[in-house]
Design a protein around this ligand. Structure first.
Ligand code: IMP
Ligand code: MG
Length: 179
């Protein structure tokens, strides 16, 4: 997989360090509470698994599927929520765990929907933020890294379902997706 990358943008050591910092920040902010951490599948699964183990307070797990990409490298803007969690989020402190906020459409859609379902509070924790491509005014309350407008893969992020298991975050060679 390394041969398909133009460059490694964020290596596994840098990811580990930053995820640990995010976990400490969340634990401090939610002291005395049991927040509900919702993993937005599939891209966030690797980040989620590492993040929850860096949060030294009780948390509850939930999972949901959303997708706006198909197999292109540019967001289609169509957000598809595959599983709903309505009765599990009412009255809860919810943290949405996302791999990346790109156009912002996915997270804006999920946030707006959840705010109508009686959550006690709602925050977003995103590993990556690509602010140059934002078309909505959402922002992550917790953000791992701000990155340039490049298509990245690895650490859960895919191109056409591949590279999710690559342990670093890399920029793909253009010829890989122009084939
Ligand atoms: P948004 O709705 O445009 O913010 O898109 C968010 C989703 O698009 C993320 O959860 C990712 O699945 C996907 N995405 C956005 N940028 C990238 C990228 O650079 N690499 C891989 N997936 C991406
Ligand atoms: Mg994806």
């Amino acid at each position: 997989m390394r041969n398909d990358m133009k460059t490694i943008l964020i290596d596994r050591e840098a990811i580990k360090k930053r995820v640990s910092e995010l976990g400490k920040e969340i634990a401090r902010d939610y002291q005395g509470e049991t927040p509900l951490l919702i993993c937005i599948l599939k891209g966030s699964i690797v980040f989620y698994a590492d993040l929850v183990r860096e949060i030294d307070i009780p948390v509850h797990f939930e999972f949901m599927t959303a997708s706006s990409y198909g197999s292109a490298t540019v967001s289609s803007g169509v957000v598809k929520i595959v599983s709903e969690l309505d009765n599990k989020i009412a009255g809860r402190h919810v943290i949405l765990v996302e791999d990346i906020v790109d156009s912002g459409r996915t997270i804006a859609y999920i946030k707006n929907d959840m705010l109508t379902k009686g959550v006690k509070s709602l925050k977003v924790c995103a590993l990556l933020d690509k602010p140059d491509r934002r078309v909505t005014d959402v922002k992550a309350d917790y953000c791992g890294f701000v990155i340039p407008d490049e298509f990245v893969v690895g650490y859960g992020l895919d191109y056409d379902q591949k590279y999710r298991n690559f342990p670093d975050i890399g920029i793909l060679k253009p010829e890989v997706y122009q084939k």
